[in-house]
Ligand binder design. Structure first.
Ligand SMILES: Nc1nc2c(c(=O)[nH]1)N[C@H]1C(S)=C(S)[C@@H](COP(=O)(O)OP(=O)(O)OC[C@H]3O[C@@H](n4cnc5c(=O)[nH]c(N)nc54)[C@H](O)[C@@H]3O)O[C@H]1N2
Ligand SMILES: Nc1nc2c(c(=O)[nH]1)N[C@H]1C(S)=C(S)[C@@H](COP(=O)(O)OP(=O)(O)OC[C@H]3O[C@@H](n4cnc5c(=O)[nH]c(N)nc54)[C@H](O)[C@@H]3O)O[C@H]1N2
Ligand SMILES: [Mo]
Length: 586
């Protein structure tokens, strides 16, 4: 993180792509528009809340994303133990649903409707509360007006959750002493990702749970990237320029990854001819991976900085192999910023590297020196020391040396309310109804008249992904201990759907979308909503020319050979993986 930014500057390219736009871009977008800073994420106060509504997240497996904390299962169970409630909204009855009090199946991609209806009920029944931010919110009346168009009765069919349950949920949420709505990957990587993350914030705000104990709060970690923006001025940007081929908006210096392949393949003045790939495996992780593979073969030159010769790095002319996670000391610059308590932690490397090996930061530093002709005098520890100097926590005085004395990390306590002071908006107010969102509602409106899971179409099923505890995206399948056991790359399907297709447990089916086709065995389970099927992402290791022999033996198929790179959230440019339309045959 620290050595990557100067490296990018030294290349002098204005084309940058990261996993942000196949993941949390809508969170950044909502934060930038509402709070004035793209990294100001409201974090669930899960240890003190009385009610947690989880939408499109499965923290029991993912261990909480944009919500850093050890042992999520324990913390969720603790909510129930103290008399609180956990509700999950997901097209699959997940590992998290098993712990929750209530689970509702939802049709993929329809969460924005549900959120609007929840807020509608809250205003309709006079349950909205301004609370401590009363003088620091713009757009309250606009929200009250616009949600009137979305009563539960109007959206129950489209979401698959009946109006009675929606009303019940809205009342419970609003009447709970404290409550938090948490919306994660399943909400971001869908057609209305931007609207979803905005509405999650709105729901928390209109029930006085924004910046409040037991609701969502902003962090103040020892290395406070957000706070440092006062000096750097880097608060995020949107649409300052557009990508060449599809004219997609820039966000904080990067373009949507969904357009990367076309930027390489389409002749134009700014066509990408060479690429540096750092710790990414987009052949498996980005929509329409095969299309990107075609693009990578056409590059004039490619460098990879990675620990594996895998599906993506095999296209590189040269791989600079870095040390692995276990050989690297770590101070996480990102995830303390999103943690449920204010924390600092330095972890020593578990294994010593040998002389021939280079850490990622060493590779980046050396490349920067050679490209720019200027040597950065600081090493990793010195860089961290510089950042730690600005910590708000003075006892103990923080340095790497001090942190090494606390191998379990330092805990500076629970998150505290910080608004309005922390806001980066011009008028120091929360922008509840930013025009970008209001405008995007027009796109949602059109969907009201569409039937979402159209059973008459050529692609009658909606396909979603899933994660597994012993896997991390694409790159933990080359370790026997992490892949042994039952086959995990299967298609989950509801019993009634399997019956209709006349397919039996374990049988191989062909799944087809408008971009590709895969064959894999099915697993029949009523955890799935009818009409929705699931394949985990990160598999498809059968590709030739890699050197990941264990992964090859557990190849599976790639979910992203079915997802479409042209399917994005038009507001933010984020990839839309949720509810890919597919056909299934025995
Ligand atoms: N073990 C493990 N941990 C991980 C990872 C991993 O691969 N393995 N990956 C890490 C990464 S990179 C990230 S970003 C985080 C992600 O953390 P999470 O957001 O918790 O990730 P997922 O498990 O993908 O959960 C997304 C959920 O959304 C549901 N979903 C899909 N479509 C929709 C929809 O339209 N509406 C609703 N309401 N739900 C929907 C899916 O069924 C799924 O349960 O996890 C991180 N942690
Ligand atoms: N359909 C679908 N697609 C998805 C998702 C989904 O839920 N559904 N999830 C999306 C999400 S949330 C994300 S974040 C992306 C992830 O997308 P990627 O980041 O492209 O995927 P990873 O598999 O995490 O790739 C990590 C790469 O880093 C390398 N690596 C591991 N450790 C090190 C190291 O210490 N140094 C270096 N230099 N390299 C290292 C690995 O070998 C691998 O090549 O995938 C996205 N793709
Ligand atoms: Mo992610």
């Amino acid at each position: 993180m620290a050595f990557g930014a100067p490296f990018l500057q030294s290349i002098g390219s204005n084309q940058k792509y990261t996993a942000t736009s196949i993941d949390q871009l809508p969170h950044h977008f909502a934060s930038l528009m509402m709070f004035g800073h793209y990294l100001m994420f409201p974090i669930p106060d899960i240890d003190r809340t009385n009610f947690m509504l989880i939408m499109g997240g499965n923290p029991v497996v993912s261990n909480g994303s944009i919500m850093t904390a050890p042992d999520f299962s324990k913390r969720l169970k603790a909510i129930k133990k103290r008399g609180g409630e956990v509700v999950v909204i997901d097209p699959r009855f997940t590992e998290t649903s098993k712990i929750a009090n209530t689970h509702y199946h939802i049709k993929p991609g329809t969460d924005a409707f549900l959120l609007l209806a929840l807020i509608q009920v809250i205003f309709e029944e006079n349950l909205a509360r301004m609370g401590h931010l009363a003088n620091h919110i713009n757009g309250w009346e606009t929200i009250r007006e616009l949600v009137k168009q979305y009563p539960p009765e109007k959206i129950e069919k489209i979401t698959g959750i009946n109006a009675t349950n929606i009303k019940l949920l809205a009342r419970k949420f609003a009447n709970s002493k404290t409550a938090v709505c948490y919306g994660r990957l399943g909400l971001s990587t869908q057609e209305f990702g931007g609207l979803c993350q905005w509405l999650v914030n709105v729901l928390n705000c209109v029930t006085d749970n924004l910046d409040n104990i037991g609701g969502v709060l902003f962090t103040l970690p020892a290395i406070d990237i957000v706070g440092m923006s006062k000096f750097t001025g880097k608060t995020g940007s949107f649409n300052k320029r557009q990508s060449n081929v599809h004219q997609l908006p820039e966000f904080t210096g990067e373009f949507p990854a969904a357009t990367l392949a076309d930027e390489i393949l389409t002749p134009n003045e700014n066509q990408i001819k060479a690429m540096i790939m750092i710790a990414g495996n987009p052949v498996l992780s980005t929509p329409n991976g095969k299309h990107l593979e075609n693009a990578l073969t056409s590059l004039e030159y490619m460098v990879a900085i990675d620990i594996y010769l895998n599906e993506t790095t095999k296209y590189a002319n040269i791989i600079l192999p870095s040390t692995t996670g276990l050989e690297t000391p770590l101070y996480d610059l990102v995830f303390h910023q999103f943690a449920i308590r204010n924390t600092a932690k330095y972890s020593e490397a578990l294994f010593e590297k040998d002389d021939e090996q280079r850490h990622d930061w060493e590779i980046l530093k050396e490349l920067t020196t050679r490209l720019s002709g200027q040597e950065n005098p600081l090493n990793l520890e010195q860089t961290l020391d510089t950042m730690l100097q600005y910590s708000s926590y003075k006892k103990p005085k923080l340095s790497v040396k001090e942190l090494k004395k606390h191998p379990h990390g330092l805990d500076f306590g629970s998150l505290k309310p910080q608004l309005p002071e922390r806001l980066f908006t011009n008028d120091k107010k929360v922008e509840l109804a930013h025009p970008y969102f209001i405008k995007d509602l027009e796109r949602l409106q059109i969907k009201l008249s569409d039937l979402y899971l159209n059973t008459n179409s050529n692609y009658p099923f909606a396909l979603i992904g899933r994660r597994h505890l012993r896997s991390n995206n694409s790159w933990m399948h080359n370790c026997e201990r992490l892949v042994k056991g039952n086959k995990r790359c299967t298609l989950l399907i509801h019993p009634d759907d399997a019956h209709k297709l006349k397919v039996k447990e374990g049988q191989t089916v062909t799944v087809t979308s408008n971009v590709g086709q895969v064959k894999l065995p099915i697993e029949i389970t009523d955890a799935m909503m009818e009409g929705v099927v699931s394949i985990p992402h990160g598999w498809g290791h059968h590709r030739e020319g890699t050197a990941i022999t264990i992964a090859q033996q557990h190849a599976g198929v790639s979910l992203n050979d079915l997802t479409n790179h042209l399917q994005i959230d038009k507001l933010t440019g984020n990839a839309d993986f949720s509810g890919t339309k597919v056909n299934i045959v025995a």
